[in-house]
Each structure stands twice: as structure tokens, then as C-alpha cells.
Design a binder for this molecule. Sequence first.
Ligand code: IMP
Length: 176
Amino acid sequence: MAVLKEIISEERLRLRVEEISHEIAEGMARKDFVMVGVLKGSVVFLADLMRALHRRGLCPTVDFITISSYGDSTESSSAGKIISGLHHDVEGKVVLLVDDIADTALTLKQARDHILSMGATRAFTCVLLDKAGRRKVEFEPDFRGFAIENVFVVGYGLDAAHRHRCLPYVARLEDE
Ligand code: IMP
């Protein structure tokens, strides 16, 4: 049976999200941008991040994109399909693409290409977690919360077969 082992506490997440909001405010050096979350994994991070950005005087518009992924498996195969696209017109705008994790980075690369193909002038990327050792494509996020090892994690929006998204901390799934 799999058990949950906490690896990033609620408090560390809270502090790091505040820091990232500072890095974004400094790094993007602009107030008018569109935040685009990749559903569903980004929702918890994005909700906390947008309020942290507000505390720094930023209030970006928000949109979402859905890209098919692993299904119920824990392995990424190839780039997914865009299931649901943007509702905002991003032509001529700067976008901050937000996701829970960069693993193979196939999803984020595809999302960024899509946003640029819709006419965005620039697409910054922000991930909470980064498993840099697992890349299948070259990809370096502009902003990231934590580098983690090659372990499957859940919580704070991340799921395993639709479970555990609601955990307020990040945990890895371990066999007992
Ligand atoms: P990619 O392999 O970078 O394209 O990641 C695609 C998606 O797989 C991410 O947005 C996550 O939703 C999911 N994913 C990747 N690694 C994990 C993990 O360790 N736990 C839960 N979901 C993951």
C-alpha cells in the first residue's frame, strides 16, 4: 500500500510563494500581463500566487488552458492535445504561464508554443516544482519554486489518478 511522506510543508510553500511573487514583480517588470494556468494541477498554486501578486500591487487577468496528459498513469508519453484553449485574446500581450510541475516539460513547451502562436509577444513560465532531470525537451522555467528529485509527488494541486490534490502540503507517494 502507498503512504504519503510530506516533503514540502504548508509553511515552506507559503513562504516560497511570497518570494516567487517578488521575483515575478521584479523579473517581469510590468503590471499588465495575463496569467494562464494549466489545468488542473496549477489551480492551488495559481490561486495563492495571484493573491501574493496582489499584495505586491499586481492584479493580472487570469485564464486557463487544458492539455491532455498522463491519464491515470504516472508516466508522460508524448505531448498532449490542447483540450480547451484560452478565453482571452492574448495577441500583443505578455503572458505568465503557470503550472504545478515541469517534469518532461512536454506540456509546458506545448502550452508556451500555443500561447505564442496566438500572438502573445512573450510567454514567461512559472512552475512550483521542477524535476529538471526528467526533461524530454529543452526547457528552463523563468520562475520556479522548488527543484525536486525524480519522485512522484502529490498535494497542493498535484494528483495521482485524481486523488490528493487537496492536501495543503507536497508529499511523495511511497510503498509501505
Ligand atoms: P510534463 O511531463 O512536464 O509534461 O508534465 C505534465 C503534467 O504531468 C504536469 O503538469 C503534472 O500535472 C503531471 N505530473 C508530472 N509529474 C508529476 C508528479 O510527480 N505528480 C503529479 N503529477 C505530475
